[in-house]
Ligand binder design. Structure first.
Ligand code: PGA
Length: 319
C-alpha cells in the first residue's frame, strides 16, 4: 500500500467529526460546543488530521476561518463516506429482510407543526426504525441536502440547482395575519395591497422559505412592504403579531388554521390573530417530500416514501 494512503487510513472518526462540524459551523468554538468536547480537544484533532493529510485544512479569513482547497476536497470525501455507510446500512437491512436502520429526515421549521404527526404512526408501525428529525429553515435544509446529511427532506420550495425527486403531498396555504383588534379585522371583501401598504410587516429571517415566497409574491405585484422586524421563528412571529407589533405572512398550518374549501383560511377561534382577506392570499403552496436523485434510498426511507404515497396517515398524504 502506498505510504500516503496508509497515513490517510489512520484518520479517526473523531477527527472527521471535529473537521465536519468545524467546516459547517466555521468555528472551532462552535464545533466544540456542538460535539460536547473542549475547544483544545477539537484543535488537537484538527492538527492531527492536518498532519495525516499533509496539508493545511483551514485558513484564516478576517476574524474567522475558511476551508483550504485540500479542506474542501476532504469535506466532499467525508460526505461520500457518510453516503457509503448509509447505503451499506440499507443493504444489510435488505439482506436481513428486516426493516431496521435509521430514517434521517430534515424538515423546514414550518413543517414542524405536522411532520411529527406523520412520523408518530410510522414509527409505531416500524419499531426497528430509529428516526432522526432535524428541523431547520429552508437555507439550512438545502445545505443539508447538498452534503447528504439526510435521506429525505420536507419542504415547500425545493432548490433548483440540485437534481431531486419531489413528491408533493399536502397543501400549505400562506396567509396574512393581523392582531384580532386590527382596524381591518372585520373587513368583509378583499383588502387591496395599497390599503395595507403602510402597515408594519413582520418577516421571517433571511433564509426562510416563507420569507422567500412572500417577497416573490409582493415583488410580482410591485408591492414593497414596510418591513419593521425580522424574526427567527414562526412562534416569534405569532407572538409579535398577537402583541400588536404588526402584520405577517405565515403558513396557515403554523397558526393552527387549515385550508378551507375554496382556498379561504381562518385562524382558530380564541387566537390573538385573525387572517385578513388580502387580495392574492392565501398564496397556494404545497409541502413536498424530496430526496436526491443520485442517492440510493435506504430501506427505511423507501418505506417512508411508500407510507406517505399510500396516505397511510388517514388522508394527510394525498400524493
Ligand atoms: P421556513 O419554511 O419558512 O421555515 O424556511 C418554509 C419552507 O421553506 O418550506
Amino acid at each position: 500500500m502506498p505510504t500516503p494512503l496508509r497515513r490517510l487510513l489512520r484518520i479517526s472518526q473523531q477527527q472527521l467529526r471535529a473537521f465536519e462540524a468545524t467546516a459547517r459551523l466555521q468555528s472551532v468554538t462552535r464545533a466544540a460546543r456542538e460535539l460536547h468536547v473542549s475547544q483544545p480537544t477539537v484543535s488537537v484533532q484538527l492538527r492531527q488530521l492536518s498532519e495525516l493529510v499533509g496539508e493545511p485544512l483551514f485558513e484564516a479569513q478576517g476574524r474567522g476561518i475558511r476551508l483550504t482547497h485540500a479542506g474542501e476536497a476532504l469535506l466532499g470525501t467525508v460526505s461520500d463516506i457518510g453516503a457509503c455507510w448509509q447505503r451499506f446500512e440499507s443493504q444489510l437491512a435488505d439482506l436481513r429482510g428486516l426493516l431496521r436502520g435509521t430514517l434521517r429526515i430534515a424538515a423546514v421549521t414550518t413543517a414542524e407543526y405536522f411532520v411529527p404527526d406523520l412520523l408518530g404512526p410510522f414509527g409505531a408501525q416500524h419499531p426497528g426504525i430509529e428516526i432522526e428529525l432535524a428541523v431547520e429553515n429552508r437555507d439550512r435544509v438545502i445545505e443539508r441536502l447538498h452534503r447528504q446529511a439526510d435521506d429525505l427532506a420536507v419542504m415547500m420550495l425545493p432548490p433548483q440547482d440540485l437534481a431531486l425527486h419531489s413528491m408533493p403531498f399536502r397543501d400549505n396555504p400562506l396567509v396574512v395575519i393581523a392582531p384580532r383588534d386590527h382596524r381591518l379585522a372585520r373587513a368583509g371583501g378583499p383588502i387591496g395591497l395599497e390599503e395595507i401598504g403602510h402597515e408594519r410587516w413582520l418577516m421571517r429571517e433571511p433564509g426562510s422559505g416563507t420569507r422567500w415566497v412572500a417577497e416573490a409574491h409582493f415583488a410580482s405585484r410591485r408591492f414593497a412592504p414596510r418591513v419593521a422586524m425580522s424574526l427567527g421563528s414562526n412562534e416569534a412571529i405569532k407572538h409579535a403579531v398577537g402583541a400588536g407589533l404588526g402584520v405577517a405572512v405565515i403558513s396557515a398550518l403554523a397558526i393552527g388554521g387549515d385550508g378551507l374549501p375554496g382556498g379561504a383560511t381562518q385562524a382558530p377561534a380564541g387566537s390573538p390573530w385573525v387572517c385578513l382577506p388580502v387580495e392574492g392570499f392565501p398564496i397556494p403552496r404545497q409541502w413536498s417530500l424530496v430526496w436526491r436523485s443520485d442517492a440510493t434510498l435506504s430501506a427505511p426511507a423507501r418505506q417512508f416514501v411508500a407510507y406517505l404515497r399510500e396516505g397511510v396517515t388517514g388522508g394527510a398524504a394525498s400524493a
